[in-house]
Structure formats: structure tokens, C-alpha cells
Design a protein around this ligand. Structure first.
Ligand SMILES: [Zn+2]
Length: 163
């Protein structure tokens, strides 16, 4: 059973009854969480409890936990709780999501590398053009190469916009 199923199956009254408490007509029991509670001051509600003297408060799991001095997990198990192991398909979904994320990060990294190489080439070609005779062979080669790199740059910015 899940936590919700257990809560639906047991009322707070069922649980205090297990420990021998019988709520009075107003729904109070003597509080087991503080000493000398002669006038019952722990109110048993349908789903939880509250002590008006010491402030002890909680649901059915808390009551068992505090009475037996055990963990929530132990209290949960004692009421028939089960931890559901993740199913194969849910594990696969997690694995797929992690893989996709890793691939996205790798692709983004690759784009960053391309962009920085591209920026470097653009500045190299511009520098060569400045240093060479306009319309000379070197200048023309650099001009063509620069046009290509500018085209790549535009393409990369387009990709960036899509990330
Ligand atoms: Zn109390």
C-alpha cells in the first residue's frame, strides 16, 4: 500500500485504538506524549491528532512513530506500506532523458568550438586583407575565405537562436 492508501484505510481513531486508547465523547484521550495528563488533552481527529497541552501533533504515521520511537519508514511498513521499486520502463525513461541531455550538451559544446574557430579565422583573414595589396591574389583569396567564414558565422548564429 502507498501512504495515501494506508491513510484511506486507517482512521486516527483506529490507530489510537491499537494502543488501547478510547477517545471520550468529545474525542479526547490522555496524551501519551507528556506526563501527568489527567484531563484528556489530546484531540483525536479523523486524520490527525493534536495535544492542546504539549502541542504534540501529527497523522497516523507520526502517532506510531512517536509511540514506538521508530522511523517513519518503520511506521509505514508496520501498516502494510510498500516501497515500489522503479519499474524497468521508468528507469529507461530516466536513462533516455539523461542521454538526450548529454547529447544536447555535447552538441552545444561543438557549436561553441566551431564558433570560436570561425571567429578566429575571420580575424585572421581580415588582418591579411589589411596587410595585403587590395585586389592582389592574397587579398582575393582572403576575401573569398572571409566571405565563406561570414556565411558560416551567420549559419552558426541561426543555430544559436534555435538553442
Ligand atoms: Zn501532550
Amino acid at each position: 500500500m502507498t501512504v495515501e492508501e494506508i491513510k484511506a484505510a486507517y482512521s486516527m481513531r483506529d490507530i489510537v485504538g491499537r494502543y488501547g486508547f478510547q477517545p471520550n465523547r468529545a474525542g479526547f484521550i490522555c496524551c501519551p506524549f507528556h506526563g501527568g495528563d489527567r484531563e484528556p488533552s489530546l484531540k483525536v481527529y479523523d486524520r490527525d491528532f493534536h495535544c492542546h497541552a504539549c502541542g504534540a501533533h501529527g497523522d497516523i504515521f507520526d502517532f506510531i512513530r512517536m509511540m514506538d520511537n521508530i522511523s517513519f519508514k518503520e511506521a509505514f511498513m508496520s501498516l502494510g506500506g510498500e516501497y515500489r521499486k522503479p519499474t524497468f520502463s521508468s528507469r529507461m525513461a530516466v536513462y533516455q532523458a539523461q542521454k538526450q541531455r548529454a547529447m544536447r550538451l555535447k552538441a552545444a559544446e561543438k557549436e561553441r568550438e566551431r564558433r570560436s574557430l570561425n571567429n578566429m579565422l575571420i580575424s585572421v583573414y581580415r588582418a591579411y586583407m589589411e596587410r595585403s595589396e587590395p585586389l592582389s591574389e592574397v587579398w582575393c583569396d582572403c576575401y573569398n575565405a572571409l566571405q565563406y567564414q561570414l556565411y558560416v558565422q551567420a549559419e552558426l548564429s541561426g543555430l544559436e537562436a534555435r538553442w
